[in-house]
Design a protein around this ligand. Structure first.
Ligand code: HEC
Length: 167
């Protein structure tokens, strides 16, 4: 039994030694680690609720020249997956509870970390800029350089916003 253990352990030690001596392997390993780090920029890719509520939600309510607001088509009238909570009459924004539901729903329209795969960003983007050409709501953003498109993209990329003091 002892002898067999020793026999099985020996090759493993030899293998490790060979790995350590092989500079090429070491470099390949280092490169693999760097690559992995690059494709996962933030340790935490979760979507941030505060950033959504303070920066993204207002975009859905804002009027853009030549277009109806996202909210006009994407609330109770909406027949698709983008369906925002209906504002209580007289209210210019959502309650925290409603925003939490919006957050859940809108989160399902994005691929965290990947704006280019996120429906929320592709539908309202001009087709010549890489957007989806079938959006009845129009080309609300002419390019990915649009400041509001960028804000939504930042949210998808996991950007966080600290909760306001006292919350
Ligand atoms: C004039 C009405 C209208 C406006 C305004 C509008 N949309 Fe749309 N949107 C639609 C319709 C209708 C669809 C369903 C697919 C289609 O016909 O294009 C849709 C589909 C979508 C989808 C896909 C939902 C799914 O089921 O996957 C997303 C995401 C979206 N819109 C985002 C937006 C955003 C963001 C805005 C504002 C910047 C916006 N839309 C403004 C009418 C509108």
């Amino acid at each position: 039994m002892l002898k067999r253990l020793a026999e099985t352990e020996l090759p493993e030690v030899e293998t490790r030694g060979a790995f350590m001596m092989s500079g090429r392997f070491g470099m390949a390993l280092a490169a693999a680690v760097v690559l992995q780090a690059a494709s996962v920029p933030a340790a935490d890719l979760s979507l941030d609720y505060e950033f959504f509520k303070n920066r993204v939600e207002p975009i859905f309510l804002k009027k853009r020249d030549g277009h109806a607001r996202c909210y006009v088509c994407h609330s109770d009238r909406s027949g698709n997956a983008f369906r925002l909570e209906k504002l209580t009459s007289g209210s210019a924004s959502w309650t925290d509870e409603q925003s939490r539901r919006n957050f859940q729903l809108v989160s399902a329209l994005v691929v965290p970390g990947d704006p280019a795969q996120s429906r929320l960003l592709l539908y309202p983007l001009a087709p010549e800029a890489g957007g989806n050409s079938f959006h009845s709501g129009g080309r609300q953003f002419s390019s990915p350089n649009d400041p509001e498109w960028k804000i939504i993209a930042q949210w998808v990329q996991g950007q966080k916003q600290a909760a306001p003091a006292g919350k």
